[in-house]
Design a protein around this ligand. Structure first.
Ligand SMILES: Cc1cc2nc3c(=O)[nH]c(=O)nc-3n(C[C@H](O)[C@H](O)[C@H](O)COP(=O)(O)OP(=O)(O)OC[C@H]3O[C@@H](n4cnc5c(N)ncnc54)[C@H](O)[C@@H]3O)c2cc1C
Length: 251
């Protein structure tokens, strides 16, 4: 299991064929895949599925099946998956599939869900690691924002930032959104927000009492490890940091 400090999600896993409802480019090189929600499929925001491509079944294992976080929220009547498109057979086959064709989902899986407490929440997302956080944010919004959320979201450029406009459009005094870009040239004046990686000093600039929230970190393993180190530097207790690694990407 690739999660730490996890809460326990109920186990109600099913495997089902689902039709692709919609496909759209949600950022440069990033696909938003809207899938039918199977009958009886219930999940907690933040969980993931094993996504299986039937055309690749003969190849088996890793070639045909990848873990993918659900970026949708449980109240929505579809499942949303967001993925960086690589040259792998898995990604290319999905990228070339048409609306109406079928994939197989197996899930929900995982305990990367919100702790059942009253602490404020700080989300720290690297790139496509935003996926489980989007589902959690939509879920909290749908429930009337029981807890304040601060989202730090690191990407290379605004163009490759999935869901940037959607997140900017969420207006609530319970939701603070801090996108940060790491690969803009210094003379690029089109971006007025934060720059560089998510660091201890960036977090302390926006989070008043850094000891109070629960911190959730998702991204590639090196991003997760580096960001966790930054939070420990701030004095955050290890038990108040929950992490999920998106393994399986090469640099
Ligand atoms: C819990 C979880 C949730 C995830 N959610 C998402 C998501 O929402 N969106 C998204 O885009 N990606 C997500 N990922 C990553 C995803 O499953 C793929 O690994 C990733 O998208 C790369 O796939 P690929 O087809 O581009 O590369 P591939 O060609 O499959 O693999 C790239 C390279 O990684 C190596 N590799 C294969 N398997 C592993 C492994 N298990 N660990 C380490 N290296 C491996 C391969 O040998 C290859 O060199 C998630 C991963 C996990 C574990």
């Amino acid at each position: 299991m690739i999660q730490e400090n996890a809460s326990q999600a109920p186990s109600n896993r099913i495997r089902a064929s689902v039709k692709i409802i919609e496909k759209k480019e949600i950022a440069e090189g990033t696909l938003g895949l809207y899938l039918e929600k199977p009958n009886g499929f219930t999940y907690c925001a933040g969980q993931y599925v094993l996504l299986h491509v039937p055309q690749l079944s003969e190849k088996g294992g890793r070639e045909a099946t990848h873990p993918m976080s659900l970026a949708s929220a449980p109240y929505q009547d579809y499942l949303l998956i967001s993925m960086r498109v690589s040259q792998s057979d898995f990604k290319q086959t999905i990228n070339n599939m048409a609306v109406g064709e079928e994939l197989v989902v197996d899930g929900p899986i995982g305990n990367f869900i919100l702790n059942n407490d009253n602490h404020p929440i700080v989300f720290l997302a690297g790139g496509i690691g935003i996926a489980p956080f989007l589902g959690m944010i939509l879920d909290q919004q749908n429930n009337g924002w029981p807890r304040p959320i601060t989202l730090f979201y690191g990407n290379k450029t605004p163009q490759n930032t999935a869901f940037l406009e959607l997140l900017r459009g969420i207006k609530s005094d319970k939701f603070l959104f801090i996108p940060t870009m790491s690969q803009l040239s210094d003379d690029d004046k089109t971006w007025a927000g934060e720059r560089g990686r998510i660091t201890a000093s960036m977090v302390s600039k926006y989070v008043k009492d850094v000891m109070v929230p629960i911190y959730y970190i998702v991204g590639l393993p090196e991003m997760v490890k580096a960001t966790k180190e930054e939070m420990l530097k701030l004095g955050v207790k290890s038990e108040n940091i929950k992490i999920e690694f998106f393994t399986g990407y090469t640099k």
